[in-house]
Write a protein that binds this ligand. Structure first.
Ligand SMILES: [Mn+2]
Length: 428
């Protein structure tokens, strides 16, 4: 692996915390992601199911975790199944984990080959009342492709139709939203790689440079700093492209006099970074660009102070919208009277700031957690106000990653922020 080996205590702690939340007489069957076909005989780079990584640290396919924390037979409380070595596969793909390597990574004593799974799960299920399954519950995505956990849930439900089933997702959402110190240092590492790469990339920003050249600099910067890759596809958007929130075509050319918006994140040891910044292509803001930029910067500086225990994403967003409304009125984008005539709150604001100001960040860049969850120590979220004015060819987003604290902590404080800092940095 590219990253420093993680201590198994990270995963042991996660399993212990989950065990405390699980119902008595219940067993969890958790399946690794499938290898996703691309075209012909090619597959996409393998991506482990996030909860599987969170609970075991195992990165390979054909892995199953069975947890039955209060089973009378101690041998059945925690069992990990991994694929057995196969000479023909090893010739092409390299070695798979041995039993002892899987034990060392996960901290699980009872590691067996997957061929033993049917017998061991049968013995456990017939002596247990309920089964937890981890079917996908992301509010932002319903996928037409059935994943391994959904497929196996249906399979086991048909084999054991009299066992009530339970949802794992709410438990994982609760746990994964609260990061340990180990996890926070991994996210910080991903953020450090992201920030350094961004600041190096700025040296290449100038009129007539294509967006994809900057995308290349980002990927090169990430990989050479030991990132596993990108936590999401980089957005490199000049001028009006920045008003497409998830613009990833990156095939235009940066023009003199335009602003450039970059939204990028490295992935280190499966944990995500997430950074957005906006700079003038020619290293000098026009007076109007500076006016809009500094309005967004003021909202950003204010928003960062709100990542304290007791808040929630929805509460932060509400306060940021109030502040944003005043800034947008001052920019002449709408009037107090327009606000008075709104059919729903912040209708005018939403024309120019149409996305949320925060999401959880962790194993997924948009990590487990919901918008009404009360923020607590150990939570990590993005902070990303933006102002988008297509008629002025302008899209601005300023984003960092914040750790919730009495004094909220910006995990990328080194990145130039004020218009003056940006111009000085780009001209040096
Ligand atoms: Mn983000």
């Amino acid at each position: 692996m590219k990253y420093d080996k993680l201590p198994s205590r990270i995963f042991q702690t996660h399993r212990q915390q989950l065990a405390e939340m699980m119902e008595d007489d219940a067993v969890l069957l958790l399946f690794s992601n499938d290898i996703m076909p691309r075209s012909g005989d090619q597959s996409y780079p393998y991506c482990q199911q996030a909860d599987m990584f969170y609970l075991t640290g195992i990165e390979q396919a054909e892995t199953v975790l069975m947890l039955c924390p209060r089973h009378a037979n101690a041998q059945l409380r925690e069992v990990l199944f991994v694929q057995a070595p196969e000479a023909s596969k090893q010739m092409w793909n390299g070695d798979t984990l041995t039993i002892s390597q899987a034990q060392a990574i996960s901290g699980i004593n009872h590691v067996r080959y997957i061929s033993d799974m049917n017998q061991i799960t049968r013995e456990t299920l017939l002596s247990t009342d309920k089964i937890y399954f981890d079917i996908p519950e992301n509010v932002r995505q319903t996928c037409v492709v059935e994943d391994a956990n959904m497929r196996n849930a249906k399979h086991y439900m048909s084999l054991y139709p009299l066992h009530p089933v339970l949802r794992l997702a709410p438990l994982m959402q609760y746990l994964r939203a609260r990061k340990s110190d180990d996890e926070i240092s991994l996210i910080s590492q991903a953020c450090q790689i992201t920030a350094e790469t961004y600041m190096d990339m700025l040296a290449c920003v100038k009129p007539d440079v294509p967006e994809y050249v900057l995308e290349g600099e980002i990927i090169k910067g990430f990989l050479s700093r030991r990132a596993t890759g990108c936590s999401f596809a980089p957005i490199v958007a000049t001028g009006k492209n920045a008003c497409t929130l998830h613009y990833t075509a990156n095939n235009s050319t940066c023009k003199d006099g335009e602003l450039l918006l970059v939204d990028m994140g490295a992935e280190y040891a499966h944990y995500a970074g997430d950074l957005s910044r906006t700079v003038p292509v020619n290293a000098k803001f026009t007076p109007r660009q500076k006016e809009v930029y500094t309005a967004c910067e003021r909202v950003f500086r204010y928003a960062r102070t709100l990542y304290v225990p007791g808040m929630s994403i929805n509460k932060i967003h509400q306060r940021v919208c109030i502040r944003m409304q005043q800034e947008l009125i001052n920019l002449g984008l709408f009037t107090e009277q327009d606000v008075h005539n709104e059919t729903y709150p912040f209708e005018c604001v939403h024309r120019y700031f149409m996305h949320g100001v925060a999401h959880f960040v962790g194993l997924d860049v948009h990590d487990a957690g919901n918008k009404d969850m009360t923020l607590d120590y150990g939570m990590v979220l993005s902070c990303e106000p933006g102002i988008y004015i297509p008629e002025e060819n302008t899209g601005i987003r300023i984003e960092t990653v914040m750790q919730v604290n009495d004094e909220p902590i910006d995990l990328m404080p080194q990145v130039p922020l004020s218009a003056d800092e940006i111009e000085t940095y780009m001209n040096q």
